[in-house]
Every structure is written in structure tokens, then in C-alpha cells.
Design a protein. Structure first.
Length: 201
């Protein structure tokens, strides 16, 4: 039997119900469910640093940061996707009882060897289709480099910020991300950390 014949498609309702009762997390891509693998300590250090930095700057503001437990729903024509970014910022949130957000203004992913192709291709295309999104930021975990896809009047433009002295300005939410702060506690090595490849169930 081929891989295509083994694929099982799920409704949005079935996926959300399963996620609410599951001890593990999975992403949803138009009927397919993709199990998520665990992240390295270095990956988690970067994502936590980002959340802490954003939380401090957004304290008392309408916009607020969300951590990696918050799903982002992406609807394109008749397709629906749910992703768990490493961090996001919303200024117009969904109902408190819901487990996902529809209108992020900033989405952040920390790149890993096993997920970078998805983050830079599939997820980028999906996130950039969200009308509210102003910036999609991808941080390398083994070197101080960030890729920023920023919305402009002529579409999204790509920026690269490299080095611990670099700063990412986010005027739409009144924040700045200093790479020195983002990578605080990260021990850089010449070899990237290898992680298991995610699979579809």
C-alpha cells in the first residue's frame, strides 16, 4: 500500500476535539494531522527569551504575546490549517474559551533542522496570507541570525538581521527585539543540532 493510500483525513471539529484531550500537540493541514516533535533546550531558550521580551514591552497594552501553546488558524479559500508557532502577538484576540487565534500581527518561529523547510515554505506562505499579519520572524537557533518578512505597501519584503548587536524594530506593536537578548543563555556551536523529522499521521 502506498503512503498516499494510508493517509487519513480528519475534520476540523475532530482535530480540535482530539487536541483538547491530547497530552501531545499536532498541527492540522487541510485534513491531515502532523505530529509535533520535541524541541532542543537551545530552541526553547530562544523562544522563551522572545516571549519574555515581548511580554515586558507589551505589559498593560492591548496587544499581547502568545506562547507556543496557542494555535494560529489559517483559512485560505476552502482550506483550513492550524499551526503552533513558537510565539505570536495578537491585538484583536479570539474568545477566551477558544484554543486558537485568527488575527496575529506578528508570528515567530525558531528554525530547526527538521522543520526549517516547512517554516520557510509551507508555513511562510500560509502565515503571509493572513490579512492582519505585519511581520513573520524566523530565528536561527545555532547562530544569531533572524529573517523578517515585513508587510509594506508593496507586499512583504525580506530582511536579514545578523549578529548580537542587531535589533528588530516592530513599530506596529511598539516593540524592539534585541538579538543579544533573544540569544541570552544560548551557547553557539559550529554544528547545528539535529532533530527528528516530523511525520504525518
Amino acid at each position: 500500500m502506498s503512503t498516499a493510500e494510508k493517509l487519513e483525513f480528519h475534520s476540523v471539529e475532530a482535530y480540535l476535539n482530539a487536541e483538547n484531550s491530547s497530552s501531545t500537540r499536532s498541527e492540522y493541514i487541510n485534513g491531515l494531522i502532523r505530529a509535533m516533535t520535541g524541541a532542543t533546550n537551545r530552541h526553547n531558550t530562544v523562544s522563551v527569551n522572545v516571549i519574555v521580551a515581548l511580554g515586558r514591552q507589551l505589559k498593560g497594552q492591548i496587544c499581547r504575546p502568545c506562547n507556543s501553546d496557542t494555535k494560529i488558524r489559517v483559512r485560505q479559500c476552502e482550506e483550513t490549517r492550524f499551526y503552533y508557532p513558537d510565539a505570536s502577538v495578537v491585538c484583536e484576540g479570539n474568545r477566551p474559551t477558544e484554543t486558537f487565534q485568527d488575527k496575529p500581527v506578528v508570528v515567530i518561529e525558531v528554525l530547526s533542522p527538521s522543520t526549517r523547510a516547512i517554516d520557510l515554505d509551507e508555513k511562510m506562505a500560509a502565515y503571509l496570507s493572513i490579512e492582519s499579519l505585519q511581520a513573520y520572524i524566523l530565528f536561527e537557533q545555532d547562530k544569531p541570525i533572524a529573517i523578517v518578512m515585513r508587510r509594506t505597501p508593496i507586499g512583504f519584503l525580506r530582511e536579514v538581521h545578523e549578529g548580537l548587536a542587531s535589533t528588530i524594530d516592530l513599530p506596529i506593536i511598539g516593540c524592539r527585539l534585541f538579538l543579544e537578548e533573544v540569544y541570552s543563555g544560548v551557547d553557539f556551536t559550529p554544528v547545528s543540532v539535529q532533530e527528528p523529522v516530523a511525520t504525518y499521521e
